[in-house]
Design a protein around this ligand. Structure first.
Ligand SMILES: NC(=O)c1ccc[n+]([C@@H]2O[C@H](COP(=O)([O-])OP(=O)(O)OC[C@H]3O[C@@H](n4cnc5c(N)ncnc54)[C@H](O)[C@@H]3O)[C@@H](O)[C@H]2O)c1
Length: 265
């Protein structure tokens, strides 16, 4: 086997939501493979802290961009600025999202209180931004051998919630989260047939990641999972390395489910 297939030296990768919990882990994985990083998130201080951590450990170039992905103008400005700094892009990882725990009005509440405004905002960040960034960045991706897009979806992009998990705790599973992730999985297939053969497009659907959720949730979640535990951020290192690199050069248009078997029943 050619050990170089995971090598991403001198390649450029964008990670949105890089300062978040999974985003950080993905950023470290890409740095480990040798890729230069373009880290995107909302707050400058979080990005600077992450850049410092990566700079200490790895010999890769790290650029940071403070972008509100909910804002069309911000997205365009980001790509314009980036085009002045890089000549090709190997990988775009759409990881930023409004998530179940995001603190938004009309979001983590019962169906009757979920607001249209928050539904629209979630779609803007979770699906419209990946669509728009893919469109704006397609030419930079074409300039790289093996250019590809990875969309971070969710098991709730193809499963309905089992409400027993949410009884007697304050966790939530908003409709807009689930539906926007479903749309992202479909966008992945649409883009794969549109941007091939030069650009590959895949999605990853993680299962629930352990974040000190209430005990009754964790116990039931583990019971429903053949591998008997929740995920940890490192569980996605392998699939990210596979999809971002040439190791997956014949894979496109697929949704890779990494959920300990939660969806296998
Ligand atoms: N945590 C889980 O159990 C789980 C399960 C399945 C899928 N996922 C997916 O994994 C991805 C990462 O989730 P996480 O758990 O690390 O969440 P997180 O909240 O720690 O990270 C999300 C990041 O996205 C950024 N972000 C949100 N809105 C933004 C905007 N408008 N502009 C720029 N950045 C913005 C946030 O600032 C944050 O850094 C998400 O796509 C999520 O849906 C998570």
């Amino acid at each position: 086997m050619n050990n170089q297939i995971f090598d991403m030296n001198n390649k450029n990768t964008i990670i949105t939501g890089a300062a978040g919990k999974l985003g950080k882990s993905i950023s470290f994985t890409l740095a480990e493979l040798g890729s230069n990083l373009i880290l995107v998130d909302r707050f400058k201080e979080d990005l600077s802290r992450l850049k410092l951590e990566i700079d200490r450990k790895y010999n890769v170039d790290v650029k940071t961009f403070e972008v509100d992905l909910e804002n069309e103008y911000d997205r365009k400005k980001f790509v314009e600025n980036l085009q002045e700094e890089i000549k090709s892009l190997n990988c775009l990882i759409n990881n930023a999202a409004f998530v179940g725990t995001s603190n938004l009005k009309g979001w983590s509440v019962e169906f009757e209180y979920q607001s249209l405004d928050t539904w629209r905002r979630a779609f803007e960040v979770n699906v419209t931004a990946p669509f728009h960034l893919s469109q704006l960045l397609r030419n930079l991706l074409r300039k790289s051998e093996g250019g590809n897009i990875i969309n971070i979806a969710s098991i709730y992009g193809f499963l309905g919630p089992d409400w027993k998990l949410y009884e007697n705790n304050d966790l939530a599973n908003p409709a807009a989260y689930s539906c926007s992730k479903g749309a992202l999985i479909q966008l992945t297939r649409w883009l794969a047939t549109t941007l091939g053969p030069e650009i590959r497009v895949n999605s990853i659907s993680p299962g629930g990641i352990f974040r000190n959720q209430p005990n009754n949730f964790i116990t039931q979640y583990k019971d429903k999972t053949p591998l008997k535990r929740m995920a940890k951020e490192d569980d996605f290192t392998g699939i990210i390395a596979l999809l971002a690199s040439d190791a997956s050069e014949y894979m496109t248009g697929q949704n890779f489910v990494v959920d300990g078997g939660f969806s296998a029943w």
